[in-house]
Design a protein around this ligand. Structure first.
Ligand SMILES: Nc1ncnc2c1ncn2[C@@H]1O[C@H](COP(=O)(O)OP(=O)(O)O)[C@@H](O)[C@H]1O
Ligand SMILES: Cc1ncc(C[n+]2csc(CCOP(=O)(O)OP(=O)(O)O)c2C)c(N)n1
Ligand SMILES: [Mg+2]
Ligand SMILES: [Mg+2]
Ligand SMILES: [Mg+2]
Length: 307
């Protein structure tokens, strides 16, 4: 393994940045210039909690670390601008793992349209990653979790259930359906749709990380409303149906409570204003809780790190 500063040099020597980056890596902090209010968010990926080395390539872990963070910037209705990436790993880790991880980070930054403007390296007993993502509202209002009103519709864009189906087969030692597994290892965030929803009049929004019903629960609580999901409007992807048949688990469970989807879910005043590419899956009610076809969901609504 190279020394810390040689590693930083090899990671950062080929970086390119966007026009809003005044100063990138090599100083004590980066400097960005925005035209509107700034959005900032952070999320960690911890080995054996969020990924396993035997399941994920280093590149997939790098891509996921960026994707799950930029997803939160999208969920505020902002334009994602930049990320900083902190990585800690065991001293005996193969240096190629670090290089491939950083390649994955850069690849996803390019896909998401963000600049890598800094980071940190440390040693640790397991691979631990912390990304902070920054976005520019460019004069728009933020789309919060607390703006949903009774009578509005709930709509989603992105893939629901794929990630959980992929995780389920990985946990059983299998590698297919490949599209489900790939989605779990690197979620395909609907980049650009946060702004589309904001400009389309979304009244509240979040990204689905813990599970659709759990996350809708956060939105309902913050907005002091209820939400009813119409299960007949929720598509069951082929791969989810296959994993469900193989495991005997309810396909709706993957879609409604699976987690790590990084789809965007938002409320809109009515169906007519729902943007193209978004599917209506439910309504905002006055029940004060999240229901599925009017009934409480039996079983887990999503992930809890300490449950
Ligand atoms: N350790 C912490 N200190 C301060 N705020 C936190 C901490 N952990 C989570 N939060 C905040 O709590 C809110 C919910 O967090 P979380 O469920 O992780 O959101 P998300 O699923 O979008 O990542 C966010 O606003 C987040 O910034
Ligand atoms: C090895 C492994 N076990 C379990 C999971 C499943 N899992 C881990 S964290 C999580 C929920 C989302 O992660 P979190 O850190 O809560 O993200 P946030 O809500 O903060 O965006 C899920 C479904 C996984 N991805 N990898
Ligand atoms: Mg979080
Ligand atoms: Mg979120
Ligand atoms: Mg969470």
């Amino acid at each position: 393994m190279a020394g810390e500063f040689e590693l930083i040099e090899s990671i950062t020597s080929d970086l390119t940045v966007g026009d809003d980056v005044m100063l990138s890596v090599g100083d004590d902090a980066a400097v960005l210039r925005f035209s509107g209010d700034t959005v900032v968010t952070t999320d960690m990926l911890i080995e054996n909690v969020h990924f396993k080395r035997q399941w994920s390539s280093a590149s997939a872990v790098g891509r996921k670390a960026v994707a799950v963070n930029v997803s939160d910037v999208e969920a505020m209705g902002a334009r994602p601008s930049a990320v900083v990436v902190a990585l800690a790993f065991p001293k005996d880790l193969d240096q190629a793992w670090v290089a491939e991880f950083e390649d994955g980070v850069k690849e996803e930054c390019a896909t998401a349209g963000v600049s890598l403007v800094g980071g940190d390296l440390s040693s640790a007993s397991v691979i631990s990653i912390c990304v902070t993502a920054i976005g520019d509202l460019e004069g728009r209002p933020p789309v919060t979790r607390f703006g949903a009103k009774v009578g509005e519709v709930v709509a989603v864009t992105g893939r629901l259930g794929w990630s959980a189906a992929g995780l389920t087969v990985l946990q059983r030692g299998f590698g297919s359906p490949k599209d489900m597994v790939a989605e779990h290892l690197t979620p395909s965030v609907p980049y650009g749709q946060g702004i589309v929803a904001n400009d389309g009049g979304a009244t509240a929004m979040l990204d689905v990380s813990d599970g659709l019903l759990a996350d809708l629960g956060h939105l309902a609580e913050r907005s002091r409303v209820g939400i009813d999901v119409d299960p007949s409007s929720v598509e069951i992807p082929d791969g989810v149906a296959r994993v469900s048949a193989a495991t005997g688990r309810d396909p709706l469970g993957f879609v409604l409570a699976g987690g790590e989807d990084h789809a965007l879910v938002a409320t809109f005043r009515n169906e007519a204003v729902v943007p193209k590419g978004w599917r209506v899956i439910g309504r905002v009610t006055d029940s004060g809780s999240v229901t599925v076809d009017g009934e409480p969901w039996e079983g887990s609504a999503g992930w809890d790190h300490f449950a």
